[in-house]
Design a protein around this ligand. Structure first.
Ligand code: ADP
Length: 335
């Protein structure tokens, strides 16, 4: 079983809401994205217009939902949040759009999973702020044109490639969120410790940051584990030794890798001799139903730390991956 603390795709827990930055300056990292958004915000505020629609993409837990709320706050507006799969009928989306206040934000998570008719309805809503609503059935059915109040759509997706071109083209801004550096994660851990009212030594913050897979959501979850541990096993202060002991207990290793990551690397390096091998074949070898979880949760971070190459021919292990497993590189069978 996966360690839920390390799975950023699991839904947010209530304690995490309190840790969300509210304004742009509190939002750590993503400096390029922030610089671009800051200008767009100032320009929109100056012209008294709504902000352009924004598409955010990047792995789960990197701050897409948080950023949508931050943008709404900076525009002095509210933000409604929906998950794309929860929209089943066109009427569901129509109800939400027609109920948005002037300038309100709508955040649609997993926007690549919208049903086709609903996605098509979004086109005219985004472009002309108009909805075509079909009233009645059969020969007496009529289309009603409804004008929408100005709004900003923020769409989020884990991979930009999953989104259709017509939808993609209707966003005025497209931003990719990247994994956070260890320094940024350390700052986030420290900030969160202050919100939670727990004492975190600087080396303890570094210890948590190192294992958090570049992901703020994981920082916050590991911090909470360490707080429990510090209260029960220590004197409440999270030192680096204490964080190390706590995270060893939870089987999170020095790089933030856990069971499925190690199983993936072992299969790739040993069973498939370092690749290239397709992700579906790997998924089957690992007893995963399809490659989706591997593509979203395992591979991005392994590529980030230089253990994995994704090539046209398939996945390939790097020398660093062999080093990590304590194995010698297996010579490619072709040579
Ligand atoms: P996503 O929508 O990309 O899955 P979230 O916006 O829900 O990610 O972020 C997960 C958690 O990580 C939030 O609760 C927030 O506390 C924290 N977080 C995300 N981005 C930042 C950031 N830039 N600075 C500080 N904390 C952040």
């Amino acid at each position: 079983a996966r360690n839920p603390d390390l799975d950023p795709s699991l839904p947010e827990e209530p304690f995490e809401y309190s840790l969300r930055p509210q304004r742009l300056p509190e939002y750590i990292g993503q400096e390029k994205v922030k610089a671009r958004l800051e200008i767009a915000l100032k320009a929109a505020l100056g012209r008294r217009e709504v902000l352009d629609h924004v598409l955010l993409y990047g792995p789960p837990g990197l701050g897409k939902t948080t950023l949508a709320h931050v943008l709404a706050n900076e525009m002095n507006s509210a933000c409604k949040v929906i998950q794309a799969p929860a929209l089943e009928k066109k009427g569901d989306l129509a109800a939400i759009l027609t109920n948005l206040d002037d300038g309100e934000f709508l955040f649609i998570d997993e926007i690549h999973r919208l049903a086709a008719p609903i996605e098509e309805m979004l086109y005219s809503a985004m472009e002309d702020r108009k909805l075509d609503i079909l009233i009645g059935q059969g020969p007496s059915a009529q289309t009603l044109k409804v004008d929408l109040r100005p709004f900003t759509l923020v769409g989020a997706t884990t991979r930009a490639g999953l989104i259709s071109k017509p939808l993609h083209d209707r966003f005025g801004m497209v931003h990719r969120l990247d994994y956070y550096t260890r320094e940024e994660l350390t700052v986030i851990a420290t900030r969160s410790s202050q919100v939670l009212g727990v004492e975190l030594a600087p080396e303890g913050a570094g210890s948590i940051a190192r294992r958090s897979r570049g992901t703020p959501r994981i920082v916050n979850r590991l911090l909470r584990r360490c707080r429990d541990y510090a209260e029960v096993k220590g004197d409440g202060v999270i030192t680096s030794d204490l964080a190390d002991a706590c995270l060893a207990l939870h089987e999170v290793d020095d790089l933030g890798l856990e069971g499925l990551d190690r199983a993936y690397l072992e299969a790739l390096c040993v069973k498939f001799r370092g690749g290239p091998v397709g992700v579906r074949t790997l998924a089957a070898a690992l007893g995963e139903s399809d490659g989706g979880a591997l593509e979203d949760l395992v591979e991005p971070y392994l590529m980030q730390i230089g253990f994995l190459d994704r090539t046209q021919q398939g996945r390939k292990a790097t020398e660093a991956a062999y080093g990590y497993l304590g194995l010698k590189t297996v010579p490619n069978s072709l040579f």
